[in-house]
Ligand binder design. Structure first.
Ligand code: CU
Length: 384
């Protein structure tokens, strides 16, 4: 009788051990299958980056032509805001998961999320569910009236301690690698853009291009109370993107090169975040936070302030417009004081600004320096 009990106990231990081994092996096997591919997207991304940049430049004309309003923009060196592609660089109704990424770190981060984390989470969740069901069915009072009095099992305890440790190490390796990549300093020659968060708009300064500034306000919503006095309604220009996300003056940057973003706050803490560019960094008064931005494809990418900063926190979106170098240069030279490689625009006279920035059709300038932005705060809203 006693020996029979021992045999049963032993066979249970073996089963439990087998289950524990499965616990260790399954995620590790998944990880092992996934890891060789881990280096791939990054390697591809870094290899492809120059190609993509070249493609981008080649496609620049096409991209701009798609906007409809800019047939000769690249030839004449004028700047007209780019029309965003529907569903790209912006949230989509009913979507879940991370937005499609347009930077090397973003592609790597999205790969870690989709290929490493989600499978591990799924396997662990299903395993725990299976164990719970097993316990409920096989070890309830009716099925198992005499409970086992086993209190220790050295092998089992070692296994269930070691398995989570190995899983966490497996997750930590790509995660730390991603953090290191994200915070790699910009090369010395990288273009610097200084971003200041204000209640409730963004200011973009270009110290390498003559130190002009651009203020960026959300466009008003049709049929809604005015949010920003003097700013037009969204949809009144052919290049306008989604409501709540489109702004009067976008942050324009060159595509395919590292940009050094220096971010600070003028009043309270804001946060500069663009999901499709894998970018989020706090704008803290009295401090400069720095991070590299690299955009692989020309386009318009939308984001929002991501730190609760007062009553109009939800009304200070971010629009990043990545353009090929030639178009970027044209945009810079369209600003009073705009400089490329120490040179100003040809015939840089007071009238030149309007001539360059006026879009086809003689509409009002779409991109203007800060001095052209009308006063915005009309109400004395509390800055709660
Ligand atoms: Cu804010």
């Amino acid at each position: 009788m006693k020996s029979g009990n021992n045999v049963r106990a032993a066979s249970r231990s073996v089963k439990a051990l087998g289950l524990s081994l499965a616990l260790v092996m399954l995620p590790q096997a998944a990880l092992a299958a996934a890891l060789p591919a881990a280096a791939e997207p990054v390697a591809q991304a870094s290899e492809k980056a120059p190609d993509k940049a070249a493609d981008s430049v080649a496609n620049a004309g096409n991209a701009l032509n798609n906007s409809g309003a800019t047939a000769d923009a690249s030839k004449s060196g004028t700047y007209v805001p780019m029309k965003p592609t529907e569903g790209v660089g912006m949230p989509v109704d009913g979507a879940y998961g991370l937005q499609t990424q347009f930077s090397p770190t973003g592609e790597y981060g999205r790969w870690i999320h989709n290929t490493v984390l989600i499978p591990i989470i799924t396997i662990i969740t299903l395993l725990v569910l299976a164990l719970l069901v097993l316990v409920v069915v096989r070890f309830n009072r009716r099925a198992n009236p005499v409970a086992s009095k086993t209190s220790h099992n050295t092998v089992l305890e070692v296994v269930w301690t070691l398995a989570p440790v190995l899983i966490l190490v497996g997750i930590a390796v790509p995660s730390i690698d991603l953090i290191a990549k994200q915070y790699k300093p910009a090369p010395a020659k990288a273009l610097t853009v200084k971003i200041t968060g204000n209640q409730w708009f963004w200011t973009y300064a270009y110290p390498d291009n003559g130190d002009f500034e651009v203020n960026s306000y959300m466009l008003n919503l049709p049929g809604q109370p005015v949010i920003n006095a003097g700013i037009r309604e969204v949809g009144s220009k052919p290049w306008d993107g989604p409501a709540h996300l489109e702004v009067d003056n976008r942050m324009v940057i060159p595509v395919g090169e590292p940009i050094r973003l220096q971010i600070t706050g003028a009043d309270v803490i804001h946060s500069f975040a663009v999901p499709s560019l894998w970018f989020k960094l706090d704008a803290v008064p009295g401090r400069i936070n720095e991070k590299v931005l690299f955009v692989e494809k020309p386009g318009v990418y939308y984001g929002q302030c991501s730190e609760l900063c007062g009553v109009k926190h939800g009304y200070m979106p971010i629009a990043v417009e990545a353009l090929p170098r030639a178009q970027y240069n044209a945009w810079v030279l369209g600003h009073a004081g705009g400089v490329i490689d120490g040179k100003k625009a040809q015939g840089d006279q007071p009238g030149a600004t309007e001539a360059i920035t006026a879009p086809v059709g003689g509409a009002a300038p779409a991109t203007t320096a800060s001095e052209a932005v009308p006063a915005v705060e009309t109400s004395s809203a509390p800055s709660a």
